[in-house]
Write a protein that binds this ligand. Structure first.
Ligand code: 1CP
Length: 337
């Protein structure tokens, strides 16, 4: 078993810096595209054998130091009955987006262990064969609420923020309901064997500072408090560097930063017992090998010897990323000393 990732997450890594990449199992990999020719994305998420196979693809091809469960944050909204499909050109589509507070009131109560049991089955299969730690995950309440209201990816989140400001009580009602579903889903994943959990509150960075406190942070705190004694929790928000102090104040195991952050400088303001992850710009993987290694070296040199640093991208790998660039990056980070 390779423990580098877990040691770093516990801020006691004395070996080389571990690496894994957000969206490491995805369309940039030829083996993934071959499977996608035979199955719809959602079928792949629902089928434990395929969860097992796809999760392992990047670990086998590149020697990543951690595996992230092949799944999606939108499986909770799907279980809540709002209808979900993935369109190759527009991405996720929620078929019946929430439009009023009565839509929230009529959402069913779900039990993760029953309604999302296929995820636990996939985790159990993986735990029988993986030689690296397994990261489970869920979306953050604000990010899930935004998909359920917008109906698709829309970086402005105008409908969501207008609802939040017009009727904060019903918006909080939705966030509370989602928070319980997320905790239930992650407790199920922990019982099935994940070694760490990452919360993707990807779109919380669109919030103003007081809004972030009110509509994201308090719910993230509840999730961290409920889970942290059972498994380390990593928080990811795009734009998190503006909220570093706030995220640190809820004592997660680690914070994952996007590429805006000056990571070596942030390390100096983060408590030493919080690990941190990131933050190479995924676009750099489209540059030449020497630029990729040069940018990786800049980060690695700035954080050399830090017992709580995990190398990653600042957000997910783009589907058109050259596979040889990913290989070159992973080899470079693993050989760096
Ligand atoms: O084959 C395909 O067409 C599907 C592409 C794909 C994949 C491989 C989607 C659709 N989701 C995933 C897997 C996925 N999603 C993982 C797996 C583990 C990994 O390899 O990292 C994870 C962690 C996610 C999480 C996820 N899904 C997030 C949060 C992370 C982030 O990027 O901020 C979000 C917002 C989603 C929604 C989603 N699922 C898929 C798409 C295209 C999107 C929209 C994301 C966007 O618009 O950027």
């Amino acid at each position: 078993m390779n423990f580098l990732f877990l040691d770093a997450l516990n801020c006691r890594n004395k070996g080389r810096i571990p690496i894994w990449l957000m969206r490491q199992a995805g369309r940039y990999m030829p083996e993934y595209r071959a499977l996608r020719e035979k199955h719809l994305f959602l079928q792949m998420c629902h089928e434990p054998e395929l969860i097992n196979e796809v999760t392992q693809l990047p670990v086998r091809s590149f020697g990543m130091d951690a595996a992230i469960l092949f799944s999606d944050i939108l499986l909770i909204p799907e279980a809540l009955g709002v209808g979900l499909h993935f369109n190759d050109s527009v991405g996720p589509v929620i078929e019946r987006p929430l439009a009023s507070s009565s839509d929230i009131a009529s959402l069913p109560r779900i039990q993760a262990r029953e309604d999302l049991s296929y995820i636990a089955k996939g985790i159990r299969l993986l735990k029988g064969c993986l030689k690296v730690p397994l990261i489970g995950f869920a979306g953050g309440p604000f990010t899930l609420a935004s998909y359920m209201i917008e109906g698709k990816t829309d970086r402005t989140l105008r409908k969501t923020k207008q609802w939040m400001l017009r009727d904060p009580a019903s918006f909080h009602h939705l966030l509370s309901l989602l928070c319980e579903c997320i905790i239930g889903c992650l407790e199920m994943q922990i019982e099935a064997g994940i070694d760490a959990a990452q919360i993707f509150d990807s779109w919380a960075g669109t919030l103003a500072w007081p809004q972030f406190h009110e509509f994201s942070l308090g719910y993230l705190q509840k999730i961290v408090q409920r889970l942290k004694t059972r498994c380390p929790v990593i928080l990811f928000c795009k734009g998190a560097s503006a909220f570093t102090q706030e995220l640190a104040s809820i004592h997660p195991g680690a914070i994952s930063f996007d590429w805006n952050a000056n990571l070596p400088a942030l390390r100096r303001v983060l408590p030493a017992n919080i690990a941190f992850q990131g933050n190479l710009d995924p676009d750099i993987l489209h540059a030449s090998k020497s630029v990729i290694c040069g940018e990786a070296a800049r980060l690695l040199n700035g954080l050399r010897g830090d017992p709580g640093y995990i190398f990653n991208l600042g957000h997910g790998i783009h589907p058109d990323t050259p596979v040889d660039s990913v290989r070159a990056l992973v080899e470079y980070v693993k050989e760096f000393s």
